[in-house]
Design a protein around this ligand. Structure first.
Ligand code: ZN
Length: 420
């Protein structure tokens, strides 16, 4: 089984290399904007890859600053731009737009793996080559298929240098060939993205975490955000952003990056242990993106609950669910397991023991008590929901007789728990 995966490592750049990298990053962003500008001006019938390629070639001659971007990185910008349109046409993303100076990620693509010349120097450091930047060091935290360990199926196929709030990183694209795993024989599980608990499993256990920032860090973030608002208000229209405001933005971004790194770390540990334990993992099929969007609304018509959802934790939780499911999917597949996304209406109101839906069964936020006098099932509300999700997946899979396809399950709402 083939596996394509990203591996991120911290880069160690000299001040001179950092300058070159920043220059390239800005050139890549400017090129994106140029292509976007050019593309949106062009009549529809002339919008094709060859015309864009030609425009870039001409641009490299006419615009000297564009020359600081290696040719292959420029090609990668083009490719990413067209992919962005493809994603939009396929309904996966919004239409590409201009990349603003402060609100976009600075990144440089190195699309060819063989250009990278990756070598391990010692236990902690590796070395790679980047066009026009030269040899750079990166933290070696995982074995990469390079040198004599590399072959056609196991190799690094490319990389991307990205600037984040806490410095430059490299993301390697790693392709590996793994033996097909034996079918997982563990128990099944349903996971509810709980209200009271981050993850509630149908076996009655929970996966929890503390706040991502310490008291001190959270307090510092609050102060920085206040200071940012003050400085924003003091700024006159058309006035350039002050160095101090930029510095404040940077420090806010750093704290948010810290919080996200800790969240992702927790997710990795949690999803690995779940994928190791369970064979069929059922999750609720939520269109998270749409949920978050509708909560935010627009300036004119703000969505409901905007205040509560605006916080950092809400933001992380919002994007976290999609990431949790994605992690579970590839980790389960590697271990012979399966993730089933099920539509699970009434997961919180349905009794997972008798199947009766009683609106208002949820007596408190945390406790589910069945109103059916013959049943009286009691459980943690999120555990009850997790059990419903597990049952829904069981019905979807057995009703279909096909483990792989869960699409048919979407049209088939669960009717109750399976007969034991
Ligand atoms: Zn019941």
């Amino acid at each position: 089984m083939k596996r394509q995966r990203g591996h991120k490592a911290r880069l160690c750049l000299t001040p001179a290399q950092t300058r070159v990298a920043e220059e390239q990053g800005h050139a890549a962003r400017a090129l994106w904007n140029l292509v976007h500008d050019w593309w949106t001006m062009l009549p529809k019938e002339r919008r094709n890859l060859a015309a864009a390629d030609e425009a870039i070639r001409q641009g490299r001659k006419d615009l000297p600053w564009l020359g600081s971007l290696p040719a292959q990185a420029a090609q990668a910008v083009l490719k990413t731009y067209f992919q962005a349109w493809k994603n939009c046409w396929d309904g996966r993303a919004q239409a590409p737009n201009f990349k603003a100076r402060f609100h976009s990620r600075t990144a440089i693509d190195i699309p060819q793996g063989r250009d990278l010349q990756i070598a391990r120097l010692n236990r902690r450091w590796g070395r790679m080559w980047a066009p026009k930047i030269g040899h750079v060091l990166f933290r070696w935290t995982r074995n990469l298929p390079v040198g004599k360990h590399a072959d056609k199926d196991n190799r690094v196929t490319g990389a991307r240098l990205v600037k984040e709030a806490d410095g430059w990183h490299v993301v390697f694209r790693v392709r590996t060939e793994m033996p097909e795993p034996d079918r997982h024989t563990g128990p099944t599980v349903g996971i509810d993205r709980g209200i009271a608990k981050p993850l509630a499993l149908s076996d009655g256990t929970f996966r929890e975490h503390g706040p991502w920032l310490t008291e001190g860090e959270a307090e510092r973030l609050r102060r920085l955000e206040k200071s940012r608002e003050r400085k924003r208000r003091a700024r006159k229209p058309g006035e350039k952003r002050s160095r101090r405001l930029t510095h404040t933005y940077d420090r806010i971004a750093q704290l948010r990056a810290t919080a996200k790194r800790r969240a992702v770390d927790w997710q990795h540990k949690t999803t690995t242990s779940i994928a190791e334990t369970f064979s069929r993992i059922a999750v609720e099929d939520l269109a998270v993106i749409h949920m978050v969007k509708s909560a935010r609304g627009t300036v004119e018509t703000p969505g409901t609950g905007v205040r509560q959802k605006a916080g950092l934790n809400r933001a992380i939780a919002g994007e976290a669910w999609g990431r949790t499911v994605a992690m579970l999917e590839y980790k389960a597949a590697e271990r012979g397991g399966l993730v089933v996304r099920v539509p699970a209406p009434h997961t919180s109101q349905r009794c997972s023991a008798c199947g009766v839906i009683t609106p208002g069964s949820r007596e408190s936020q945390a406790r589910f008590v069945c109103k059916n006098p013959a049943c009286r099932f009691e459980a943690h509300a999120d555990t009850n929901a997790g059990r419903n999700i597990d049952h829904a997946a069981g019905q979807a899979v057995s009703g279909r007789g096909d483990l792989g396809d869960t699409r048919s399950a979407k049209r088939q709402p669960p009717t109750g728990p399976p007969a034991a």
